[in-house]
Design a protein around this ligand. Structure first.
Ligand SMILES: *Cc1c(COP(=O)(O)O)cnc(C)c1O
Length: 392
């Protein structure tokens, strides 16, 4: 007989999912009510306000899509892009490549602006592409590239897009709640995120937000959005303003309780404090990793605190080390993605996982495991450096 599934308690220092706050898991186990129950609708309205705070926006259309970050990405593209359009996609890692796929599946042309993996997207290259392609309607790029740990200057990129009559789509899956993000001040037109990264919620939902210019474009489309499920004109009937809500799909009720709780936690902590916390623990982890002789992939100025990509030392077996960390320490760190597979480890410090005890556990476990596989490391020195960064 198959019995219930009981997963172990891991420490998730990977590029998502991150450790889920126990308060969020508890919220998820509360009684399921109907998705048109007046109390549920009231909770949805609160959620909108909490998401507006998290995104720093007044955008009315700020809601969670009932599916993971990739569906948030697709929501932005299928609603804003029509067949025959030209979209400039700035790519500096794996996720920019997925944007290209989205553009092409909309029947549009993707003009790729490539930057080296591990570096920020270069606004000067975007400007050149905008000049070369006056027919472009949209610019898309990733704020926090999770495959490398590099951040891009959102405001500079959005300003350029607008100066050339384009709307800007921004991927904020890894940045929301972890590093500074200001949707209105920075002029973002369409943005999507995920619940399982710096919001430390369970995976499966994608907060999105659209500016009035984006809504205008969606309402004036020449053709129907090819995805019925992701068509915002229809989704708005359920999430929209006012008392009259129409059934669109059954909302993932308990998952939404979880996101509500995650956003209440963020509101209570305050965004600025959450951003500072990610920075503080990153600095300590960095001190420890560097004392172990590991080097960061991304130059300091472009580095994200919540995603620490370091090069794997020569001769070390990537999978063996990650396996030892998982089996002996219940600690999961991320492998490299795309061209960086086998070359880097990506250590996440996201949301609830971004804590002092996790940083100390990671440095100590890595130093022991690296020593075991024959790397010459000084574990004591690494722990001392980590604690020193905390002022101890
Ligand atoms: C994780 C991630 C996604 C995809 O999110 P899923 O929830 O896995 O679908 C998209 N973009 C970036 C930058 C990410 O880090």
């Amino acid at each position: 007989m198959t019995t219930s599934f009981h997963p172990p308690q891991r420490t998730l220092m990977e590029p998502g999912p991150s450790d889920v706050n126990p308060r969020i898991l508890e919220a998820m186990s509360r009684p399921t009510i109907g998705h048109l129950d007046p109390l549920f609708v009231q909770m949805m309205d609160e959620m909108k306000g909490l998401l507006q705070y998290a995104f720093q926006t007044q955008n009315e259309l700020t809601i969670p899509v009932s599916a993971p970050g990739s569906a948030g990405m697709e929501t932005c593209f299928v609603n804003l892009v029509e067949a025959g359009d030209t979209v400039i996609v700035c790519q500096n890692g794996v996720f920019g490549g997925r944007m290209k796929e989205n553009v092409e599946r909309c029947g549009a042309t993707a003009i790729m602006v490539e930057d080296e993996w591990g570096k920020a997207c270069d606004p000067a290259k975007l400007e050149a592409a905008l000049k070369a392609h006056p027919e472009a309607t949209t610019v898309a790029f990733v704020h926090a590239e999770t495959s490398t740990g590099a951040t891009t200057d959102v405001k500079a990129m959005c300003d350029l897009a607008h100066a050339h009559g384009c709307l800007a789509i921004v991927d904020a899956v890894t940045s929301l709640g972890g590093t500074e993000l200001r949707v209105d001040d920075w002029g973002v037109d369409a943005i999507y995120s995920g619940t399982q990264k710096c919001l430390s919620c369970t995976p499966g939902l994608s907060p999105v937000s659209f500016s009035s210019a984006a809504i205008e474009r969606i309402q004036n489309r020449k053709t129907k959005v090819q995805s019925w499920f992701l068509d915002l004109n229809l989704v708005m009937g359920y999430w929209g303003k006012g008392a009259k809500r129409a059934y669109h799909h059954t909302a993932p009720i308990n998952a939404l309780y979880a996101l509500h709780e995650a956003l209440v936690l963020l509101q209570d902590e305050r965004l600025e404090n959450a951003w500072a916390r990610h920075r503080e623990h990153h600095n300590a982890l960095k001190a420890g990793l560097e004392a172990l002789g590991l080097t960061f992939v991304v130059p300091e100025a472009d580095r994200l605190p919540q995603l620490n990509a370091v090069s794997i030392p020569e001769g070390v077996d990537d999978a063996q080390v990650r396996g030892m960390l998982l089996n002996d320490y219940n600690l999961e760190i991320g492998a490299g993605l795309g061209v960086m597979a086998g070359k880097v480890w990506r250590i996440g410090l996201m949301g609830y996982a971004c804590r002092k005890d996790n940083v100390l556990k990671c440095v100590s476990a890595l130093s022991e495991v690296l020593g075991r596989v024959g790397v010459n490391v000084d574990g004591k020195k690494a722990m001392k450096a980590t604690l020193a960064a905390y002022g101890e």
